[in-house]
Design a protein around this ligand. Sequence first.
Ligand SMILES: [Zn+2]
Length: 188
Amino acid sequence: MTVYNTPSDAANTAVRSFLTSVGQHYLGKAFNTGSGSGKATWLRICDDFGGMCAYCGTLAPMQIEHLVMFNRTEYGLHHPGNVVPVCRPCNKRARDVNNQYVPWEAHLAHVCGGEGSEEYMSRYSKILGHVAKYNYPALTNHERHAIRVIAEALYENIKTEAEKALSMYRKLDAAFVQSPKTPEVAKS
Ligand SMILES: [Zn+2]
């Protein structure tokens, strides 16, 4: 549980909520992996991968991974076709030379010893099979663009609102509080 929440955290949460709603729009129902039919779907997906990490193949407690990242970089949707089980280390995706997270294919190559390896080929096609099986929507460039524009606007609005709230509080504090809270400078 996060205990230190910045305006950016609030804005990122709003973006993920939007990407969840868009995923739900395409799925036609809720996909809450924590309960009900969403949880049943998630457990079936874990079974499809034989209880193993979709990237490196280790048997370990599985975490939810969004192939197309569920954030402001890639705008992946929260949708069964975009969700695979991974181990804890693989949930922290590899980064490139510019310290940016790499696409899932590059992370897969990273943990499988390169794109030419047999492991890579078999896991790559397994993952593509999963995406197809659960009908992850093949978004057009226009749709992707619309999602990005709306998500960016949402991010900026929420961040601005959170910052405005603090500024409002500062003004009220200054107006109503007689003595300043800041310690008085020692008089010399
Ligand atoms: Zn792994």
